[in-house]
Structures are given as structure tokens and as C-alpha cells.
Design a protein around this ligand. Structure first.
Ligand code: FMN
Length: 243
């Protein structure tokens, strides 16, 4: 059978008994766990709620991909809740923050960016989520409805969303420990985050759709990330349900 790069990747990154990769962790080279834009305007988000929402089993049952959104804006409170539920800090252990979604080796390779398209009280634009203080950092103000949809393989419905979550991987954070197998973990990590977001959206009475079909370098260009050390992996559009 003709072996493509995906087939080779799957084979060559297997763990096999007795053949585990040797090596030690070079702690002097451990990458930073957080990316921060120190000069960006900061938007403090509402404290997340720990109670309420749709009951869990109903939430699971009601999750569907939603590709048509209502016109009303998302609330700031809902946006805050979605960011926390997908990537927020849920526990601090000594000086180490653990997040809402699990991550291989607790290395947290994923950065969250947000295209705020129609959010009450949030200026439209591109933002980065600063995890520890639970703040948004404004990267570029502007109307990104069309560019977000175009970069997602021209999926026009995205322009009607309230916000588009864009997850980018900083590969070295996980490669530092897991070498080439890190790519498996990074994609799995992103799926965990996206599922948390999808369920949180249902719990808040919102709709969401995962987006894997995207022009990687077009999204990277929007975010001003290099596509090499850091690259988009996945996105999710979230918005109000149609009335
Ligand atoms: C990895 C992944 C990528 C996806 N990419 C897209 C996408 O680009 N556009 C889209 O409309 N739906 C996308 N979806 C949603 C699937 O089409 C959807 O989950 C599937 O049809 C099952 O429907 P349900 O989510 O309503 O249960 C994606 C789902 C996953 C898990």
C-alpha cells in the first residue's frame, strides 16, 4: 500500500514495548507555559460561575453542530464562561495552574485566540485569552466576520456567529517532553478543549460548531503567528440559537 505522510506518522510515533525512546528532560530548555501580549489593551472578564446551567445528561443529549445563529449578540458573561470552561484555571496546586481541559503532561500547548464578531460590550476584533488573570488582550480591533469565514474554507455561516474560538498550538511545549509523539497529544488536547466548549455552549443555551476545515496559513496570518513554532489547529464558532 502506498504510504502517505499520515500513515508514516502513525507508524513512526507508536510506543512499542521495549523500544521506548531514551533521553532525559532538559529542564533548562522547558518552554514557557504562557503566552502574554504585555502591550495589548486588557479586558477583565466577569468571574466564571460554578453553578447553574443545563443538567449534564441533557447537555450531552442536546449537543449538535449548529450552523445557523440568531442575530442577538453573545453576552460578556457567556463569553467569559466559555473561555473558562474551555481553557480556564480550575485548580492551583502550589505555583502550578491546572485547567478545565486535560493536557498531556500538563504542558498546555494550546493558546486561545478569539474573533469577537458580535459580543455585547466587547469591541469587535481579534483577541488573545490570557489564562491566569482571565482577561482578553486586544490584538487587532475590527470586523473579522468575513475574514474568519474565508479562512475557514469559506464557510459563510461563521460570519453570523457571536465569536469564533481559534486554537493554536505552540508545538515545542509538548515536543520538549514527547518529541514527535507530541503531535498526537497536541491534537488530542485540542479536542478536549473543543468538547468542553461545545458542552458549555449547550449548557448556556447557545449553539456551536467545530471547524477543522480551514486554510491554516490564512488563519495564522490573521493572528500574526508564524505557522511553524505556532500554528492554528482547530476553531469553533459560537452564537445565539435562532429564535
Ligand atoms: C475534527 C472535526 C472537524 C469538524 N470540522 C467541521 C467544519 O469545518 N465545518 C462544519 O460545518 N462542521 C465541522 N465539524 C462538525 C461535524 O460535521 C459534526 O460533528 C458531525 O456532522 C456530527 O454532527 P453533530 O456534531 O451535530 O453531532 C467538525 C467536527 C470535528 C470533530
Amino acid at each position: 500500500m502506498d504510504q502517505g505522510i499520515g500513515d508514516r506518522f502513525q507508524q513512526e510515533t507508536k510506543y512499542q514495548r521495549g523500544k521506548l525512546p531514551a533521553g532525559h528532560l532538559d529542564w533548562s530548555k522547558k518552554p514557557d507555559r504562557y503566552k502574554v501580549y504585555p502591550r495589548a489593551k486588557k479586558i477583565k472578564l466577569e468571574p466564571p460561575q460554578r453553578e447553574g446551567g443545563t443538567p449534564f445528561w441533557k447537555t450531552i443529549e442536546r449537543r449538535r453542530s449548529c450552523r445557523a445563529f440568531g442575530e442577538r449578540p453573545l453576552s460578556r458573561e457567556a463569553l467569559s464562561q466559555l473561555l473558562w470552561a474551555s481553557q480556564g484555571v480550575t485548580k492551583t496546586d502550589k505555583d502550578f495552574e491546572l485547567r478545565a481541559a486535560p493536557s498531556a503532561g500538563a504542558l498546555y500547548p494550546i493558546e486561545t485566540y478569539l474573533a469577537a464578531l458580535n459580543v455585547d460590550g466587547i469591541e469587535p476584533g481579534l483577541y488573545h485569552y490570557d489564562v491566569r488573570p482571565h482577561e482578553l488582550e486586544l490584538l487587532k480591533p475590527g470586523d473579522f466576520r468575513e475574514s474568519a469565514a474565508c479562512a475557514a474554507l469559506d464557510q459563510d455561516f461563521m460570519a453570523e456567529a457571536g465569536a469564533v474560538f481559534i486554537w493554536a498550538a505552540m508545538f515545542e511545549r509538548t515536543k520538549w517532553k514527547y518529541k514527535q509523539r507530541a503531535y498526537r497529544y497536541i491534537y488530542l488536547d485540542t479536542g478536549q478543549i473543543a468538547q468542553n466548549l461545545a458542552l458549555a455552549a449547550v449548557s448556556l443555551g447557545l449553539g456551536s460548531c467545530q471547524i477543522g476545515a480551514l486554510y491554516d496559513d490564512e488563519v495564522n496570518a490573521l493572528l500574526d503567528i508564524d505557522g511553524d513554532e505556532e500554528s492554528v489547529v482547530y476553531m469553533t464558532a459560537v452564537g445565539m440559537l435562532q429564535e
